[in-house]
Design a protein around this ligand. Structure first.
Ligand SMILES: C[S@@+](CC[C@H](N)C(=O)[O-])C[C@H]1O[C@@H](n2cnc3c(N)ncnc32)[C@H](O)[C@@H]1O
Ligand SMILES: [Zn+2]
Ligand SMILES: [Zn+2]
Length: 361
């Protein structure tokens, strides 16, 4: 992660800014953008709020955009600690315990901050355990070069512009959250519009995203930050984003509306939020629900090969995840209106789902 990202990250337990303890870092001149944006709230280089700095922020930020932290720790004042492993901040509960190789490699450094005996090795379980495993498997089986949902990257970029109902010129120098970014191919492509993008995902699709980002180094790819985290408890600062985009994600959480409401504080006033959800199709939903009774009880790897042998993966993927809710547009419009949005507009209506956006008042 670039040190710049600390301006946006927030502790999932208390909402505070993290202090960075870097174990391994490198200078990344190649992807350092020329017209950098200065951090507005927190300076990761000085580990201080911007308001408490003695130096001028525009003299510091060229470095915070350039330094890539490969391995390290993020520590909050509330005591919580999360690892940065292979350039990605891992902001899931138990993340430190789950990266055993990282724990072994940096045993000495970590023991300075935390009592290693108190770290219990238990995998990230609970409700999201299966969702994480299923999507991790799904993205690992797909190459970032393969079409996603049957669409080339150009088509997906167009779908983004169409869904957001925006002139691409308006995206320049704005900040976007791609919530549930999967393998990150879209997040990375969207930086072509001059956007600074934060891609957040629960699954190991985030590894693919980082690999793909490295292969697509350009002066713009420095503007894509990748975070492993949970949208139900987003590890991001309030009012950080001009745009939030979340395609095909919220309905895979236990409660779509709750997940929707969880995002709203992250959006700036006047910011636009777009979501795409499955729609209610009576017969289709009935069949899918019967199939899901079977698929939620079958080991993911068996399921994968079963689906693979039956049809192209993108056609059957919707029956794999543990949660998959269907909604109708009037219901979703109500969520937008009840939570302080105007210009609520239905977009991208297709056979399987629909998109909707609103502008935060
Ligand atoms: C159907 S995919 C859509 C990916 C991407 N938005 C796209 O259009 O290609 C759903 C994604 O949501 C992610 N996801 C599901 N629940 C999540 C959660 N609670 N927090 C973060 N990501 C989640 C999954 O890991 C998966 O990558
Ligand atoms: Zn905290
Ligand atoms: Zn900065």
């Amino acid at each position: 992660m670039k040190i710049r990202l600390l301006n946006f990250l927030s502790c999932p337990f208390c909402g505070g800014f993290f202090r960075l303890h870097s174990f391994l870092a490198r200078n990344d001149f190649e992807t350092c953008v020329t017209n950098i944006k200065c951090c507005e709230r927190f300076c990761g280089l000085k580990n201080r709020l911007v308001t408490d700095l003695h130096e001028k922020i525009d003299e510091i930020c060229p470095f915070c955009h350039r330094i890539e932290v490969v391995d390290g720790l993020l520590k909050c004042r509330c005591g919580s600690i999360f690892p940065i492993v292979d350039e990605i901040p891992r902001l899931l509960t138990q993340a430190l315990a789950n990266w055993r190789q990282f724990l072994t490699k940096y045993q000495r450094e970590i023991s300075y901050y935390v009592d290693l005996k108190r770290i219990t090795i238990e995998s990230y379980q609970g409700e999201k355990g299966r969702t994480k495993r299923i999507f991790s498997l799904e993205w690992q089986m797909l190459s970032p070069r393969d079409p996603v949902w049957g669409m080339s990257i150009e088509l997906r970029k167009n779908a983004f512009i169409e869904g957001m109902d925006i002139d691409p010129v308006m995206l320049k120098n704005k900040i976007l959250l791609d919530a549930g970014c999967g393998n990150g191919t879209l997040s990375i492509a969207l930086s072509d519009f001059g956007l600074e993008v934060v891609g957040l995902d629960l699954s190991l699709g985030i590894e693919q995203a980082n690999q793909y980002k490295k292969e697509h180094k350009s002066s713009k790819s420095g503007y894509v930050h990748l975070v492993q985290g949970d949208i139900l408890n987003p590890p991001l600062q309030r009012k950080s984003f001009d745009f939030i985009y979340s395609a095909g994600v919220l309905h895979h959480t236990p409660d779509t509306e709750q997940a929707f409401r969880g995002f709203i504080p992250l959006l700036k006033s006047g910011g636009r939020m777009y979501i795409w959800l499955y729609k209610n199709i009576f017969i289709f939903t009935g069949i899918i629900n019967i199939l899901r009774w079977f698929t939620t009880k079958t080991p993911p790897i068996i399921l994968y090969y079963l689906c693979y042998s039956l049809a192209p993966i993108y056609k059957l993927i919707s029956i794999l995840p543990e949660y998959s809710h269907n909604h109708d547009s009037d219901e979703v419009r109500t969520w937008f209106l009840e939570t302080g949005f105007k210009n609520v507009t239905l977009r991208s209506v297709g056979p399987r789902g629909f998109g909707m956006y609103g502008d935060r008042i």
